[in-house]
Design a binder for this molecule. Structure first.
Ligand code: ADP
Length: 505
């Protein structure tokens, strides 16, 4: 039996030592009842200062329960005690049970004990109790107050003084204090490891991450968008519900179902691709990562692949996550473009998507583009982005819905002819973004008409002016007119459909 693992190669316990010989023959099934050894043990406690073979041999004779009790005297949250024949084996078993420990391990102690069949661990839990962890593949009966509880493999349970663990027939009594003070000799029977610095650094990292997540919802809840605020696009909403929201909400119903994790939304700008993805993340109560391909390309050049890996890693760690990749064609453009950088990125994205599929993560990637044809065929043909949805400008019904969504919190004159307005918008294939723009412009027109800006300039504006304010038909007429003129003008910054349609073709 080895006492001090640091000097494992040295034979500290010559078999010629009469005491060692006698004691190694003891039946350790009687570990708690080594009363007949007490005299020797007390004697040993007095004598084993120094490092003589004899004194080391005496350390071996200290019952395991006292060695443990001595460590328990200083036991803290973050400490782990392993007991077994061999550190490597004990650590290996503990590794398999790592999930039992709910805090960072800062200090480790290993007590080598030949007599124990198997391995056990002890931790201090956050409420201050000592917990034993069964690291074996068999039950460990734990007797407390004459009641016996079978501690199952991989289970942990708190223990108190006088509890008895029966480890493969050997009994171990839990004591809070050793028979004599062993603090001077702990290093002789327990190998100690300190991971405090490393653990603290990692805890700081994890805490910062947690805090940054806590900070996010505040931003998110400021503008929560739901499906009710997405006009039209009913088919897409229904598909996304079945493909993403329900699998996240009701995972048990999707067990064994192969889920699609990659989606491509294509269609002109302003049709609500980003808007619906935001609403989707909110409905699914998922984290939302919104990235723009053009931005990424310029920011990530050179280290792009590792950034994509980090991005997906973050998404996995915070799942459920919706990654929305706008202007996807900027990063996943066709291979015909001979852009080696782009192709490498495409391969990396496909590999990461494969991982998500294989690991069945709650990570869904929605890629959006105005130019579907420009996408690399490796992306469009692979099963990794298995679902493609065309997002077209809304029909009359959709336009009316979007109009109502955008005017919900504004005061409109009751004489406004909404149907007429919608007809005109439909004729020019207006998008949701166009409707929003027209409503905003009409609002501003109304403020000019009713002299509100003027009053603001003169500082005569009061709440009463606000209360009386309504957007009128003429405000919409002007907004629509300006919009139509703008649409015809080639110098106009594109917010509408026509220009992009030409580009896509
Ligand atoms: P895309 O991503 O397709 O370019 P966006 O989602 O960015 O378009 O649309 C811009 C804005 O237009 C949105 O923030 C939203 O206010 C409005 N919008 C577009 N489509 C819709 C829609 N279907 N329902 C409600 N609002 C919409």
């Amino acid at each position: 039996m080895r006492i001090n693992p640091i000097g494992a190669k040295t034979n500290y316990y010559p078999t010629t030592s009469p005491k060692a010989k006698t004691l190694t023959n003891q039946n350790r099934a009687t570990i708690p009842n080594l009363n007949h050894l007490n005299a020797t043990y007390n004697q040993a406690a007095i004598n084993f200062r120094g490092t003589s073979d004899a004194s080391r041999a005496l350390v071996r004779q200290i019952p395991l329960e006292d060695k443990l009790a001595s460590l328990f005297e200083n036991f803290r949250l973050g400490d782990l005690i392993l007991v077994g024949k061999n550190l490597h084996e004990s650590a290996k078993q503990m590794y398999k049970n790592a999930d039992v420990v709910k805090n960072a391990i800062k200090r480790g102690f290993f007590i080598a004990d030949e007599t124990i069949e198997g391995n056990i661990g002890f931790i201090k839990n956050p409420i201050g109790d000592i917990e034993v962890i069964n690291l074996n593949e068999y039950d460990i009966p734990l007797t407390s107050n004459n009641k016996t509880y079978p501690l199952k493999p991989h289970e942990s349970f708190y223990v108190i003084e006088d509890d008895i663990l029966s480890i493969n027939g050997n009994l171990l009594t839990i004591k809070n204090k050793p028979k004599v003070d062993l603090s001077m000799y702990r290093k002789n029977f327990a190998k100690a490891f300190n991971f405090e610095k490393e653990a603290d650094q990692n805890i700081e990292k994890i805490n910062k991450k947690t805090l940054s997540q806590l900070m996010q919802p505040a931003r998110k809840t400021a503008t929560p968008i739901t499906f009710a605020q997405v006009g039209g696009l009913d088919e897409l909403k229904n598909s996304l519900k079945k493909d993403i929201i329900y699998p996240i909400r009701y995972p048990e119903a999707y067990e064994g179902v192969e889920l699609n994790h990659g989606f491509i939304l294509y269609g002109p700008p302003g049709t609500g691709k980003t808007h619906i993805a935001r609403a989707l993340a909110n409905e699914a109560e998922a984290n939302f990562i919104n990235l723009n391909g053009l931005d990424l390309e310029s920011k990530w050049v050179g280290e792009s692949e590792s950034n994509w890996r980090n991005l997906f890693e973050e998404a996995k760690q915070n799942q459920p996550t919706i990654i929305f990749l706008d202007e996807f064609d900027a990063v996943a453009r066709s291979r015909d473009s001979h852009d080696i950088y782009g192709n490498k990125v495409v391969n990396q994205i496909l590999t990461l998507m494969t991982d998500i599929d294989n690991e069945n993560c709650d990570v869904y990637v929605i890629a959006a583009t105005n130019n579907f044809k420009a996408l690399d065929s490796a992306i469009t043909r692979s099963g990794r982005f298995g679902k493609h949805y065309e997002v077209t400008p809304p029909n009359k019904e959709g336009l009316k819905e979007i109009f109502n969504i955008n005017t919900k919190n504004r005061k409109l004159d009751e004489n406004i002819n909404i149907d007429e307005l919608v007809d005109q918008l439909a004729k020019v294939n207006a998008t949701g973004a166009d409707v929003r723009h027209i409503v905003n412009e009409a609002h501003k027109n109304g403020m000019v008409r009713s002299g509100i800006y003027e009053k603001m300039d003169n500082k005569t504006f009061t709440n009463k002016d606000n209360e009386l304010f309504k957007i009128a038909q003429e405000d919409f007429d002007k907004a629509l007119n300006d919009f139509l003129v703008d649409k015809k003008s080639s110098s106009r910054k594109p917010i509408g459909f026509m220009k992009q349609q030409a580009q896509a073709g």
